[in-house]
Design a protein around this ligand. Structure first.
Ligand SMILES: *Cc1c(COP(=O)(O)O)cnc(C)c1O
Length: 354
């Protein structure tokens, strides 16, 4: 398949240096798009000027949420070298999400190539201040125009790019989590392990209610028993309990995070014991009470590593590590961002350079 490149005649004003970027507020000059039609496969791949796209209101994705996405980041170091963190992992996961949502698979190598062409064109949009990056959002949506609950036979794949600062308004300050014991995000056999758009609609209500009460995010428990810790809004969870690093096992309702996987690999390579197992909220609370809950943190592309300073469960507050960022949390943050930006060596070969 050919990749057509149409450059914009009207480049946008870029955010001024030093201006807070926030998250997902600015978009670059170009986007990558590709269409799928049953019988023909993926076709019409192009990089074109970023612009709104018109859709018929009977388009499948608007009614039945047949859509998936990914999130990854590109960085630029002082030498102007563009570095992308484990992008092949994202397109592999995208194909697993596609299978679950009856969406046709993409050619991972072709799309990766398209992403690199797009990044070459948008190099000047990559911010370089500490904590900033170019966030990459690949998506696939069902575009057949018809009502009726069936998998679509037409799709749009796209990649858009957004220069971003830190995910949370308060940056790296420890977060406050509300342990959610009523609402459910995902069930085993459902779509929790797929990065499908509907998962996020399902999570909004609990998130809004938690925010109203002054929390940053919800900590989800398993749907069946409301007993085991699953994950946070867009992050996987880790606890350090009596020297053991513990993260919930990927039982089917948890998103298999690439930052999670990277943390496990880094910790193990540096002699830490990491357990992927079920962790009950009672175990976490008991550890907090007896002083063995050393650290708690979330991991995800957007926030990278996010320390947890406090959790509320059934009306009780539980402070973690005196509300401060823990030692392992800090080490992981520094190591992963160091590898991403090129300040540290990349012994695992995670970074793809343009
Ligand atoms: C994307 C996501 C994560 C984090 O995955 P990364 O690959 O580390 O970015 C965790 N949980 C949910 C629900 C997510 O959507």
């Amino acid at each position: 398949m050919e990749l057509q490149i149409i450059k914009t005649q009207h480049p946008k004003q870029k955010p001024a240096a030093g201006e807070p970027l926030g998250f997902g507020k600015y978009f670059t000059d170009h986007m990558f798009t590709m269409r799928y039609t049953a019988g023909q496969g993926w076709h019409d791949a192009k990089i074109e000027p970023y612009a709104p796209v018109a859709f018929d209101l009977a388009t499948t994705v608007f009614h039945y949420a047949q859509g998936i996405f990914e999130g990854l980041k590109a960085f630029k170091n002082e030498q102007g070298e563009v570095r992308v963190f484990r992008p092949e992992e994202n397109f592999k996961r995208m194909n697993r999400s596609a299978d679950r949502m009856c969406i046709p698979r993409i050619d991972e190598q072709f799309v990766l190539n398209g992403l690199f062409e797009l990044l070459k064109l948008e190099k000047d949009w990559i911010p370089t201040a500490p904590g900033t990056a170019l966030y990459i959002r690949p998506s696939i949506i069902a575009t057949k125009v018809a009502l009726g609950v069936h998998a679509s036979n037409e799709y749009l794949f796209f990649i858009i790019l957004s220069p971003v600062g830190s995910y949370y308004a308060h940056g790296l300050a420890p977060t406050r989590l509300l342990v959610e014991d009523y609402y459910t995000r995902a069930t085993v056999g459902g779509t929790g392990e797929s990065k499908c758009i509907a998962n996020y609609a399902v999570s909004l209500k609990a998130g809004e209610e938690a925010e109203k009460k002054g929390f940053d995010q919800v900590l989800w428990l398993d749907a069946n028993e409301k007993k085991y810790v699953e994950e946070v809004g867009s992050m996987n969870m880790f606890f350090v309990i009596g020297g053991e690093v513990v993260t919930p096992a990927l039982v089917g309702s948890i998103l298999p995070g690439i930052t999670r996987k990277s943390c496990i690999e880094l910790l193990q390579a540096n002699g830490y014991k990491v357990s992927e197992r079920r962790v009950s909220i009672d175990e976490v609370i008991a550890a907090q009470k007896n002083g063995t809950l050393d650290e708690a943190f979330g991991t995800g592309t957007a926030a990278v590593i996010s320390p947890v300073g406090m959790m509320e469960y059934k009306g009780q507050d539980y402070v973690v590590n005196g509300g401060e960022m823990g030692k392992i949390t800090k080490w992981l943050y520094d190591t992963i961002t160091g590898i991403q930006t090129g300040k540290l060596p990349d012994p695992h070969g995670w970074v793809v350079k343009l």
